[in-house]
Ligand binder design. Structure first.
Ligand code: UDX
Length: 436
């Protein structure tokens, strides 16, 4: 089966490479000619574990190719995926659909055969109807159907998530579309991955509801962590204790500095906009967005407290370990590190940082921060060392060396990767999240 993937960013590239690996004939399309040229040379535009090898193998096998010519790329494709960005629209938080609409217009003009057009980009309810209208307005003589098929890929684990999904959601309105989508995902059917067929609108909402629910779960445990610190409880035990209840489940209950990334912040805002447009408030999500936003700065203040308070902190130095919004990615979008660094810089603290993959992306976002070649280089002369992102490289720091290099043995662990007893036994003052 021939598949065209319009948009070769994070989602498009991972999905395209995985479909090719299933044996489909895939063309990834992007209007960014430099990106396409680099992809042809085997250079990935993003850091995602295993992606380069997957792309290389499938290009060699002749199942995966790249083009910036949409008309050429979709020629003969039975399924045309739209996987372009839907950033937050400046000013109002609405998802910006201009890229999706532009692709729909071009697809409408370029169709050479009957095809299913599949929206993989995260789009508000009703977008599928609009895409259908736009394609039809192009006057194509071919039969087409528009389907919603949201992605649930976690950065850093995207290939595994694609190949072994908890579920595949397909929102389709007719049998022709369902038939083609069944063929697209047949290799996963064989794996017995559950597939939910539903209406297009339900499918569009499922994506937002899933992300909003997960963001809520994280925010809930983060607020419980604050309460734990006040009442002298341990948030990890609380999370374990509630997570053992199968109705709650133990995942996404790690307290930390607040969620970031390319999805949760943008998708929760877009859901609020949809709720507002339809006059059906989602007050829980409103509270989640507010709580998460203020949490990031609160984490900066937590570091200031560890330095002896805002006044004492002035002129001191902090080492930040980890800058990306989570490990195994170079993505800095809405990373709590940005707000934490800003809070510290505002208080007159100087900052040195190290991140295994994210420093290049971080540099323009954090001009106040000196980037270092290793965690230990950042720690040299620091009055406090702060773990912001739980990269594996920080899980077994040589604490004796840290103590030697730092000006003061103060460790702030915003991801709870260290046991308090262990760090304190090594002679550190230790602060973490939701544990005393
Ligand atoms: C998320 C969804 O998981 C995925 O299904 C969707 O398609 C895209 O958005 P991603 O943004 O890659 O994926 O990362 P995820 O692993 O979900 O983490 C999101 C944020 O929540 C990170 O900042 C992470 O540090 C934070 N988080 C996650 C917590 O603070 N605690 C947790 O228990 C889990």
């Amino acid at each position: 089966m021939k598949i065209a993937m319009v948009g070769s960013g994070y989602v498009g590239l991972v999905s395209g490479a995985c479909f090719a690996d299933f044996g489909h004939d895939v063309v990834c399309i992007d209007k960014d000619t430099t990106k396409i040229e680099r992809l042809r040379q085997g250079k990935m535009p993003i850091y995602e574990p295993g992606l380069d090898a997957l792309v290389e193998g499938n290009v060699k096998a002749g199942r995966l190719s790249f083009t910036s010519d949409l008309g050429e790329g979709i020629k003969g494709a039975q399924a045309i995926f739209i996987a372009v960005g839907t950033p937050s629209r400046r000013g109002d938080g609405h998802a910006d659909l201009s890229f999706v609409h532009a692709v729909a217009r071009e697809v409408g003009k370029c169709l050479t055969n009957d095809a299913v057009v599949v929206t993989k980009s995260t789009v508000p309810v009703g977008t599928g109807d609009e895409v259908e209208r736009i394609i039809a307005a192009g006057g194509t003589p071919y039969r087409f159907a528009v389907v919603s098929n949201p992605e649930f890929l976690r950065e850093g684990a995207a290939i595994g998530d694609f190949k072994r999904p908890d579920r595949i959601v397909i929102g389709a309105e007719d049998d022709f579309a369902r038939e083609v989508m069944r063929e697209v995902y047949r290799p996963l059917f064989l794996n017995e991955s559950p597939i939910l067929f539903t209406s297009r609108r339900s499918s569009e909402l499922i994506k937002y509801a899933a992300n909003a629910f997960l963001a809520t779960k994280i925010t809930f445990i983060n607020e419980m962590a604050d309460l734990c610190e006040k009442v002298g409880a341990d948030v990890q035990d609380v999370a374990r204790g509630i997570g053992m209840d199968k109705r709650i489940g133990g995942k996404f209950l790690h307290a930390g500095p607040g969620y970031g990334g390319s999805c949760f912040p943008k998708d929760t805002l877009a859901l609020l906009k949809t709720a507002e447009d339809f006059e059906s408030p989602v007050r829980i999500v409103e509270a989640v967005v507010k709580a998460n936003e203020s949490r990031k700065r609160a984490m900066g203040r937590k570091v200031l407290d560890a330095l002896g308070g805002a006044d004492a902190a002035r002129g001191k130095k902090v080492a930040m370990l980890g800058l990306t919004f989570k490990p195994n990615t170079d993505d800095m979008r809405d990373s709590p590190a940005i707000a934490i660094a800003q809070t510290l810089a505002d208080a007159g603290v100087s900052i040195a940082a190290y991140d295994p993959e994210g420093m290049e992306q971080a540099r323009p976002l954090m001009p106040q921060v000196t980037m270092c070649d290793s965690p230990y280089a950042a720690i040299e002369g620091a009055d406090a060392t702060v773990i912001v992102t739980e990269w594996d490289a920080f899980r077994a720091l040589d604490l004796a060396r840290v103590k030697c290099l730092a000006r003061a043995p103060v460790l702030v662990d915003l991801r709870n990767i260290y046991k308090p007893e262990f760090v304190r036994a090594a002679g550190f003052e230790f602060v973490s999240v939701g544990r005393v």
